[in-house]
Each structure stands twice: as structure tokens, then as C-alpha cells.
Ligand binder design. Structure first.
Ligand SMILES: Cc1cc2nc3c(=O)[nH]c(=O)nc-3n(C[C@H](O)[C@H](O)[C@H](O)COP(=O)(O)OP(=O)(O)OC[C@H]3O[C@@H](n4cnc5c(N)ncnc54)[C@H](O)[C@@H]3O)c2cc1C
Length: 385
């Protein structure tokens, strides 16, 4: 029996499915292997584009495509919410009552935002972690005529760690262009003792913050928002008044993973082997992307480089061979573009053993991100890069 079941049709799930077709085409065509993706919406969303709805004229309708159009025709797509996973009996249940059995399970359910975890977040704070919220932030920026902007992070871990810094840099450039910079202050709050978790990236970003006149507040873990006084308060006891508040919302893993006992509450991140990507020591369950507890960026890029490892390991199980020592081991590779405003960007490229050494920001890496955003649909999910 070789029923491969992939939960989640985002970056990780879609790519694993298409890579498995490349490795297992013959047994799939012969009917010896089935490959199924379950996704709650059946629509694949390019989330990095949300930032450009808020900052760069992007439109939500350009950021979603039918999941079916991205999957090889040999992959069965089931649209529905997975509400129960029973790892002991190798079945999952969907909200419509359908049961699906598996022999190999891939958990690629991503992360979800939980702004409701912080009182008054919904009324007071803006963010760009959904298309709707990003559009609301765009409207708030259009109406902004000067004042105090506070950009912060309301919970770790969150996806795309550079995103709040990028937004601070892009907003600063926009205010300058609109002649509002003199009438505005920008404050950037980091939950840790420096601007960014990775030291070399922090060393690159801190002088840029200073040069742009963005005030850095370290050890600022957002705890409460006071809507009366328009003040955001940190766990450490600092208070910052705001006219416009932009906060990365808290994130969690999928509830169904917690309910199944696969991921511990409250975070819901799957205990994942850093090299094999197996979950909780189970030989038949793999995870990738935002859903894991790996100490790496929650980024599409992470899922992108993890997917070939999951595909190799499952293909080896199906074909009854050992996984290839190199192709079957994830070494922590991540590659991310990083906008710094004024049409410039840099690149963060790293793995478990090699921290990033970002080049001096320039136009080339900004254009790299623009091109990547435009070509995504034809490359990453289809396994072409
Ligand atoms: C503003 C923003 C900017 C970003 N910028 C970058 C960037 O520049 N570079 C980068 O690499 N990454 C970036 N990211 C992060 C990137 O989008 C995510 O890390 C990536 O999408 C994670 O892939 P994934 O496959 O793990 O999860 P996702 O792509 O989120 O896919 C998860 C899928 O699982 C489905 N699902 C969840 N629960 C269930 C369930 N119970 N039943 C059925 N289906 C379910 C969901 O519907 C979804 O389709 C950004 C994200 C945001 C929000």
C-alpha cells in the first residue's frame, strides 16, 4: 500500500506533491501509488505579495491561483478542512465527514495568525499578514498626514522575520516622498536585544535604521494596547504612544495538530527532526514549512528547500531503498530577499552552519525580489527552481 497524503496546499505541500510525481511517475501511472493533497481553500496564496498591497500597489486578486492549476494532473486534490488526524490508525477526517487513509503523511499546514490573542489588537493595530489587513493598512497610510508610527512584533515566532523591518524601511521612504517625513516619527520595536534575531543581519540593519532616523527599541515584547491613551505597552514595562500602530500579529500552528497530540499547545509547532524532517520520531510522518518547530525563518524559502528532502525520503520508503545521504538530509538552507527602501535590497542566504553575510544593499537585490515575485507561479510550486 502506498497512499501518500499531504495536508496543506501552500508552498511546501504543493512542491512536495509535484516533486514526488517526478520521482514516482511510473508507480503512480501503474496505480501502485496514490498522491493526494488536502487543502482547506483549494486556492494557493502568494503571501509575500501582501506586503506590496500595503506598500507597493499590489492587488489581492493577483496573489491567488487555483491550487489545481499548480498541481501535476496525477495528484488528486481534495478541498476541505482537516478536522482530525489519527496517527495510530493512519487516517484523517475532513469537516464534511470524509475519511482519508494514508501510509505516508506530510504535514504542511503552515501557520495561522491569532490577532485576537491580544486585547484591542483588531480595533487598534494594523498589519499586513492577510490581503484584507494589508489593504486596510494602505488606506490608513493614505490618510496619514504625520505623527508617530510604531512598528512592532506581537509574538514570536512569526513568518518572514525580515518583514516588519522591511515595512519600516519602506514606510520611511514613502513618507519622505510624500513630504511627510519631517512631521513624523517612526519607532521600531524588537522583542530581543537587537534589531533582528540573526546577529549579522542585525549588524546590517541597525545602521540603516539610524541613517533613516527610525528609533530602535530593543527588548520590547508587546503585551497590551491601551486604546484610550493610544499607547502600546511592553512586557518589560516600556510604553510607546502611537498615531499609527503596525504590529505583526501572534502566530500559531494548526489547531488540528495540537488536537491530534502531534504538536504541543499553546504554539502548535510540530517537533521535527532538523535533518530528516520526520515528526516526533514517527517514520511515516514528515513536516515542512511554517508548521515545524525548527529554529529557522518561517519562510516560503525554508519550505522550498525542505521539500526535496521530504520527497526523497518518501520516495525511498515507497521504493524500498535507503534515502540518498545528501538529497535526504536538510541542512537548514534558506534564501530570502530583504527590502531596505529607495529601490534597494539585500539577500539573506544561510544554513544551519553558515550565518548570512548580507551584501551591501543595492538595486540588484531589490530587482531580484521583484522578478521572483513575478515568476513565482511558474517556478517554485512546480519544482522548476
Ligand atoms: C507579509 C508576508 C511576507 C512574506 N514574505 C516572504 C518572503 O519574502 N520570503 C519568504 O520566503 N517567505 C515569505 N513569507 C512567508 C511565506 O509566505 C510562508 O512562510 C509560506 O507560505 C509557508 O509555506 P507553508 O507551505 O508552510 O504554509 P502555507 O503556504 O501557509 O500553506 C498552508 C496551507 O495549509 C492549508 N491548511 C491549513 N490548515 C489546514 C487544515 N486543517 N485542513 C486543510 N488545509 C489546511 C492552508 O489553507 C494553506 O493553503 C511571507 C509571509 C507574509 C505573510
Amino acid at each position: 500500500m502506498n497512499r501518500i497524503l499531504i495536508l496543506g496546499g501552500g508552498v511546501g505541500g504543493t512542491l512536495v506533491a509535484n516533486l514526488l510525481v517526478k520521482r514516482l511517475r511510473r508507480p503512480i501511472d501503474d496505480g501502485d501509488v496514490t498522491l493526494t493533497v488536502v487543502d482547506s481553500k483549494g486556492s494557493h496564496v502568494y503571501q509575500p505579495g501582501f506586503m506590496y498591497i500595503a506598500m507597493g500597489g499590489e492587488r489581492a486578486e493577483r496573489l491567488a491561483r487555483p491550487e489545481r492549476s499548480l498541481l501535476d494532473r496525477r495528484v488528486r486534490l481534495v478541498v476541505g478542512d482537516v478536522v482530525r488526524i489519527a496517527p495510530e490508525s493512519h487516517v484523517v477526517e475532513l469537516a464534511d465527514g470524509q475519511w482519508l487513509g494514508y501510509d505516508h503523511l506530510v504535514l504542511a499546514t503552515g501557520s495561522r495568525i491569532v490577532p485576537e490573542a491580544i486585547e484591542h489588537f483588531a480595533q487598534e493595530a494594523h498589519h499586513f499578514y492577510s490581503a484584507e489587513a494589508a489593504l486596510k493598512l494602505r488606506h490608513a497610510l493614505d490618510a496619514f498626514t504625520g505623527g508617530r508610527i510604531v512598528v512592532g512584533i506581537a509574538g514570536m515566532p512569526y513568518k518572514c522575520p525580515p518583514a516588519p523591518l522591511e515595512v519600516a524601511f519602506l514606510m520611511e521612504a514613502e513618507l519622505r516622498e510624500r513630504g511627510l517625513r519631517e512631521k513624523s516619527e517612526i519607532h521600531f520595536c524588537s522583542p530581543i536585544g537587537r534589531a533582528f534575531t540573526i546577529e549579522s543581519v542585525s549588524d546590517m540593519a541597525t545602521p540603516i535604521l539610524a541613517q533613516k532616523g527610525i528609533e530602535l527599541h530593543t527588548f520590547f515584547n508587546v503585551e497590551t494596547i491601551d486604546p484610550e491613551r493610544k499607547v502600546v505597552q511592553s512586557l518589560e514595562g516600556e510604553e510607546l504612544p502611537y498615531d499609527l500602530l503596525v504590529l505583526v500579529p501572534p502566530h500559531k500552528g494548526a489547531q488540528v495538530l495540537i488536537d491530534a497530540g502531534l504538536a504541543p499547545a499553546p504554539g502548535g509547532w510540530l517537533p521535527t527532526d532538523r535533518h530528516t524532517l520526520q515528526v516526533g520520531g514517527r517514520p511515516d510522518v514528515f513536516a515542512l514549512g511554517d508548521a515545524t518547530d525548527l529554529p529557522l525563518s518561517k519562510a516560503g524559502s525554508t519550505a522550498h528547500f525542505e521539500a526535496p528532502v521530504v520527497a526523497e525520503r518518501i520516495a525511498a520508503r515507497v521504493l524500498g531503498r535507503e534515502p540518498d545521504a545528501r538529497a535526504g538530509s536538510y541542512e537548514g538552507k534558506v534564501v530570502c530577499f530583504f527590502e531596505v527602501g529607495d529601490g534597494k535590497g539585500t539577500l539573506l542566504q544561510f544554513d544551519y552552519d553558515h550565518p548570512p553575510n548580507p551584501p551591501k544593499p543595492n538595486r540588484f537585490w531589490h530587482l531580484g525580489k521583484v522578478v521572483f515575485n513575478k515568476t513565482y507561479w511558474h517556478t517554485v510550486p512546480k519544482g522548476r527552481v
